[in-house]
Design a protein around this ligand. Structure first.
Ligand SMILES: *Cc1c(COP(=O)(O)O)cnc(C)c1O
Length: 406
């Protein structure tokens, strides 16, 4: 099956592009000595984990479900960070994770000793302990548990996407230096179980912003980093983008490793599957009202929510800006939401009902965020191999809509 033959709507993962990204990331790992983890929040199509595993050291998770998925389907290092953990989840996470990062001093006080004690007692099958039926063989390895603390370097380097700025005033994400210092003044042993520091402040950014952020971090937290085993510099590094300055990143990591003698982690999501996927859709109707609107069998609200949330205009194959080419259309969906508009695009030829359109860069933050609002079906997931042959990985139906509602 070729991309023009698959039933729509469908996400198509481009394995050639994915592998090219992974080659770049592996090269950064080798040149710099850092460990790169897949942030599953961006991309969790685990059918591709066997491929990703050939290149990266492991994964990071935002909570119990992602961590369990990583443990079952990827193996390697399993990291987790969340703004707060529920006690039950934390006790389960200890089974799956080798690195747990806390967001506050209160969470450290509540859980650090408990997590370490629990991890020492683990010797059997985590699923038996948790009363869970094992779905398939998972690697069961006793792990050293290493705990970390997320800090806030209070250095905003991006104004473009305010909702993705964890350094915005009042941010709940990470401990500020004031709070950090005060906690140590009150109890000098409070961080005794903490082996790593973590910051995540970037979003689709280049290495110059990372350098700026590291300098801000270092100014305050540098002396404490000396006592740590690792530093995790989060995600948001657009390492696989054409204009990304990898040399600068590699030099920074080398410098950190030699000055502080720590393991350095990066946990990008976007960079791993950047431009490595498509959303293939069909034109169901064309509505005239001052502008010609194409009604597609895909939806911004359901299938690419970042278009409305971030917001941005997704790239579309063989198209231009509104007015740039001869025929301009507004692209929209068959949901009832008036604002379910993807954007205005132009084409060299007139679009007809039944034509197919291919949105690009649709592997990341799409499948992980989609939903069945309005009873709209979820797109299939296909993979396209290096020769351009597509195979169906997963299709969805009525039950996927119904079972979440009662
Ligand atoms: C979202 C997130 C990532 C991944 O970010 P990308 O922008 O997809 O690279 C990594 N770490 C943390 C803590 C995150 O919240």
């Amino acid at each position: 099956m070729r991309i023009n033959d698959i039933p729509t709507p469908a996400y198509v993962i481009d394995e050639k592009k994915l592998r090219e990204n992974l080659e770049i990331l592996k090269n950064v790992q080798e040149e710099s000595g850092c460990h790169i983890l897949l942030a599953q929040k961006a991309f969790s199509a685990f059918a591709e984990y066997p491929l990703i595993k050939q290149y990266l050291k492991g994964t990071t998770s935002s909570g119990l479900f992602e961590a369990r998925l990583a443990y079952e389907e990827m193996g390697g290092e399993v990291h987790v960070y969340a703004p707060a953990f529920k006690e039950k989840d934390l006790l389960d996470l200890v089974h799956f994770c080798d690195h747990i990062t806390f967001n506050s001093i209160a969470q450290v006080k509540k859980y650090a000793a408990m997590a370490i004690e629990t991890s020492k007692q683990l010797n059997g099958n985590p699923y038996e302990d948790m009363g869970i039926m094992l779905l398939n063989e998972a690697p069961i390895v006793p792990k050293h548990l290493s705990l970390g603390l997320r800090v806030n370097p209070e250095c905003s380097t991006q104004g473009e996407h305010a909702i993705y700025d964890p350094c915005a005033p009042g941010s709940r994400l990470g401990v500020t230096f004031d709070v950090f210092k005060k906690a140590l003044e009150e109890d000098s042993t409070v961080l005794d179980n903490i082996e790593g520091l973590h910051f995540h402040t970037l979003c689709e950014q280049n290495s110059d912003d990372l350098v700026t952020t590291f300098e801000a971090f270092e100014k305050n937290f540098g002396p404490y980093l000396k006592k740590m085993k690792w530093l995790n510099m989060g995600g948001g590094h657009h390492i696989t983008r054409k204009d990304y300055d990898r040399e600068k990143l590699i030099n920074l990591i080398k410098k950190i490793k030699s000055e502080y003698d720590v393991e350095v982690y990066l946990e990008p999501g976007e960079a791993i599957a950047l431009n490595a996927g498509y959303l293939v859709t069909e034109v169901l109707d064309i509505v005239e009202n001052g502008i010609s609107t194409l009604i597609l069998d895909a939806s911004a609200a359901c299938h690419m929510p970042d278009v409305l949330e971030m917001p941005y205009r997704p790239p579309l194959r063989d198209s231009g800006e509104a007015g740039e080419k001869k025929y301009t259309y507004r692209l929209s969906s068959y949901t009832c939401l008036a604002g379910d508009i993807i954007g205005d695009y132009s084409f060299d030829k007139e679009i007809r009902i039944g034509d197919r359109l291919i949105f690009e860069d649709m592997a990341i933050y799409s499948m992980v965020k989609n939903n069945t609002f309005n009873g709209i079906p979820l797109p299939d997931i296909c993979a396209m191999d290096e020769e351009g042959n597509c195979r169906l990985i997963k299709s969805f139906g009525y039950d996927d809509f119904k079972c979440r509602l009662s």
